[in-house]
Write a protein that binds this ligand. Structure first.
Ligand code: ATP
Ligand code: MG
Length: 158
């Protein structure tokens, strides 16, 4: 059922790390348990950098290593539990369940790099952020409760 789900959003340039931090803070301010943030973009597009900015804005202090090899890193931030996934090395889409994807959404929010590796397992309601390195930019879109929030975030972080 696609009722009451529509896309909206906006594009913003991310010229430097401070711009990524602004976007991360605008996303973090709206993040709740059950939310999925899909971070799309080629190698080096800035997905981990944005995940780091979101975690920092949620109050996490300390490192945010790329989950390239662990595939998932979990955080208990002061505000929210967050699971940071990098599905690039996923062997099959179903493996995302073994990584605890559903439990992560039940317990908190999920930030997902390379969601296309398990597209069928991603929730319909999500915030999508498509990143590019040349030029550094982000395009936001959302479905469900994120439809209006995507536009608000793009406006706030611009
Ligand atoms: N907005 C930005 N401004 C300047 N440099 C950035 C920005 N975003 C990311 N970078 C830099 O680009 C490089 C790659 O970023 P990052 O690791 O976040 O990419 P990624 O999309 O997660 O890559 P991968 O697909 O390998 O996981 C890093 O050196 C990072 O510091
Ligand atoms: Mg990465």
């Amino acid at each position: 059922m696609q009722t009451a789900i529509h896309d909206s959003g906006g594009r913003l340039t991310l010229g430097d790390l401070a711009a990524a931090e602004r976007l991360g803070a605008a996303v973090a301010a709206r993040l709740q348990t059950g939310d999925a943030v899909l971070l799309r973009g080629d190698l080096g597009a800035g997905k981990t950098t944005l995940a780091r900015a979101i975690l920092t804005a949620l109050g996490h202090r300390g490192e945010v290593p790329s989950p390239t090899f662990t595939l998932v890193q979990s955080y208990d931030t002061p505000r929210l539990a967050v699971a940071h996934f990098d599905l690039y090395r996923l062997k099959s889409p179903d493996e995302v369940r073994e990584l605890g994807f559903d439990d992560a959404l039940a317990a908190g929010a999920a930030l997902v790099e390379w969601p296309e590796q398990a597209e069928g397992h991603m929730p319909e309601e999500r915030l999508e952020i498509a990143l590019t390195a040349e030029p550094r930019a982000a395009t936001l879109s959302g479905t469900g409760r994120w439809a209006d929030l995507a536009a608000a975030i793009a406006g706030e972080a611009a």
